[in-house]
Write a protein that binds this ligand. Structure first.
Ligand code: NAD
Length: 462
């Protein structure tokens, strides 16, 4: 795999300050495919300086010019779609078809949506005797995870650019090659030097230096709740804006009137896609006690059918973690009806699609984010019981409701403490706000709600 041995700072690939490197491993065969530099606080400082210097020019660029650059970025991503999909497959392990259909395609749609929004958003409005300007927040520190490597970069960088902010990006250590491709695309799209800068490196070194840098105005983080809490605390102490997109433990609520087979099959596919490494996955399936046994049979069959189509987990640590959760589920009384902790292949970080039945709401596997292809099936007595279980975790990122009647599903969804709910299998909408209630996060991404995160208001009175 092609890799740059420098950082993309101020419009050029520049040597890293230190000599340490990060090895990039293909999780399907455990081979090292590339190395990238492990950035230090010095690299971060250089990148923040470049972003600060570029800010006045980019913030003052007419929205139509920012829109044109974002449209160019969308076009470059589209032209390099195959290369992006191959790179995501190589470093994340995602099956090629999923890399094409999701990892490479969704970012094109999101970049395009921000090209449109930059051109049409009301950056100035009248409120009584005032004119209110929506101005860029400033320099953004974007810290992203590995599970949707390009989507999570574009979901931060595109709205930041549309708003007139400049960015320093620190991508996850497992997927830096996709981030380097993105920096190449930024360059090719003619985005001015310093507007987007890339520092690869370890979270506790480069990530922490970026999150704590005094000249960063907004930290936008997606990743684990543990790191998110630390970043939120540091931002609070510095009176700095922060956006956090953290974990989830979403509920797929199948009401008694639902088409059970459809709800179960779509639910299993939702959990297994991307090998279960999706923060908004519906990892708890809630079924009425009268239809419970049938649902478990259907879920086990759907998981077994998924079988070989699943990719590996991202790394050895995640593999151990996910196996540990399956063991713990069984130890706490869950019944394994598909998959299990055993390695299905000799090489690679694979886990079989796994279904745990007889899971009760207090079990660890019903409370904690597993981040692997593991579905827990829970039983409820009536709607109020289903709602208590659905809302009974610290998280509130996503969810699903299935019912024979759409209005019945909507009424239930309105009572859920969660940021987005799919009704009877509703499709992903790249313009709809995405983000969490409770400990799933602070702030929203995507669409105009995502753009607003990167703006601050100034009002002039007349
Ligand atoms: P993580 O939170 O450690 O990493 C996410 C990003 O934060 C990476 O870029 C990382 O380098 C950076 N980071 C790590 N420590 C940092 C620090 N002290 N300061 C600043 N930045 C730091 O997540 P992980 O270890 O890759 O995954 C662990 C768990 O997190 C997963 O099992 C899963 O539960 C959860 N996760 C959630 C999402 C999501 O989309 N919500 C994505 C990935 C992982």
């Amino acid at each position: 795999m092609k890799a740059h041995d420098g950082m993309y700072i101020d419009g050029a690939w520049r040597p890293a300050a230190g000599r340490d490197v990060i090895e990039v491993v293909n999780p399907a065969d455990e081979q090292v495919i590339a190395t990238v530099p492990a950035g230090t606080a010095e690299d971060v400082a250089a990148a923040v300086r470049a972003a600060r210097a570029a800010l006045p020019g980019w913030a003052a660029a007419p929205p139509a010019e920012r829109a044109a650059r974002l449209a160019a970025l969308r076009d470059v991503l589209a032209a390099r779609k195959d290369e992006i999909a191959e790179t995501v497959t190589a470093e994340l392990g995602s099956p090629p078809a999923f890399s094409q259909a999701v990892h490479a395609s969704v970012p094109i749609a999101v970049a395009g949506s921000y090209a449109d929004l930059a051109a049409t958003y009301a950056f100035e409005e009248k409120v009584g005797n005032s004119t209110v300007f929506h101005e860029p927040v400033g320099v953004v520190g974007a810290i992203t995870p590995w599970n949707y490597p390009l989507h999570q970069i574009v979901a931060k960088v595109a709205p930041a650019l549309a708003a007139g902010c400049t960015v320093v990006l620190k991508p996850a250590e497992d997927t830096p090659l996709t981030a380097q491709l993105f920096a190449e695309a930024v360059d090719e799209a003619g985005i001015p030097a310093g507007v987007v800068n890339l520092v690869t490196g370890l979270g506790p070194v480069a990530g922490q230096a970026l999150a704590e840098h005094p000249d960063v105005d907004l930290v936008s983080f997606t990743g684990s709740t543990a790191v998110g809490k630390r970043i939120g605390a540091a931002a609070g102490a510095a009176v700095k804006r922060v956006a956090l997109e953290l974990g989830g433990k979403s509920a797929n609520v199948i009401l008694p009137s639902a088409d059970l087979a459809k709800a179960v099959n779509v639910g299993v596919a939702n959990v297994m896609s991307n090998s279960g490494q999706t923060c908004s996955a519906w990892t708890r399936m809630l079924v009425h006690r009268d239809r419970y046994d049938e649902a478990v049979r259907l879920a086990a069959a759907a998981a077994a059918k998924y079988g070989d189509r699943i990719g590996p987990l991202v790394n050895a640590k995640q593999l151990q973690r996910v196996r540990g959760y399956i063991d713990q589920g069984v130890a706490e009384g869950a019944r394994l009806v598909a998959g299990g902790p055993e390695a299905p292949r000799e090489r690679g970080y694979f886990v079989s699609p796994t279904v745990l039945a007889d899971v009760t709401p207090d079990m660890t596997v019903a409370q904690e984010e597993i981040f692997g292809p593991v579905l827990s099936v829970l039983r409820y007595d009536d709607e109020d019981d289903a709602l208590r279980i659905a809302n009974g975790t610290v998280y509130g990122l996503a969810g699903a409701v299935w019912a024979g009647d759409e209005a019945e599903a909507v009424a239930f969804a309105r009572r859920m403490d969660t940021g987005q709910v799919d009704i009877n299998g509703g499709r992903f909408n790249p313009l709809a706000p995405f983000g969490g209630y409770k400990q799933s996060g602070v702030g929203r991404e995507l669409g105009r709600h995502g753009l607003a995160e990167y703006l601050q208001t100034k009002s002039l009175q007349f």
